[in-house]
Write a protein of this length. Structure first.
Length: 121
């Protein structure tokens, strides 16, 4: 019987993987840090105006919690689809959905003209 040997990763490939993982983790942590700060300071007044400040604050932190709990599921789904279809394709889909979400929010807030929102979507 012949043995099939797996190629061993070179030291450079290992170093690049560690750096890429560190950068990705740092960006993800920073994203949640900013969102958590905004959920505490900005979202209660902007998105959940109410006479009861406590309920506004809890609603804002509820959005933070949903995002925190949903992120691993998105990673599993998009990771699987990335393996099947291609990572570049899934990355483009993710960026497209982010831009669509931003455009819809801007349209709701009427911060930009309808024509600009149509171009973004």
């Amino acid at each position: 019987m012949t043995e099939i040997t797996q190629p061993t990763p070179s030291r450079r490939m290992l170093f690049e993987a560690v750096i890429a993982s560190t950068i990705g983790t740092t960006i993800e942590w920073y994203d949640f840090f900013l969102y958590g700060t905004a959920a505490a300071l900005i979202f209660p007044k902007l998105y959940f105006p109410s006479d009861n400040e406590f309920l506004s604050q809890i609603s804002a932190f509820g959005t933070f919690t949903v995002g925190f709990l949903a992120r691993p599921f998105g990673g599993v789904i998009f990771g699987y689809m990335g393996d099947r279809i291609g990572r570049m394709s899934m990355s483009s889909q993710t960026m497209r959905s982010i831009l669509d979400s931003i455009a819809m929010r801007l349209d709701e807030a009427r911060d930009i003209s309808r024509y600009m929102t149509g171009l973004l979507i």
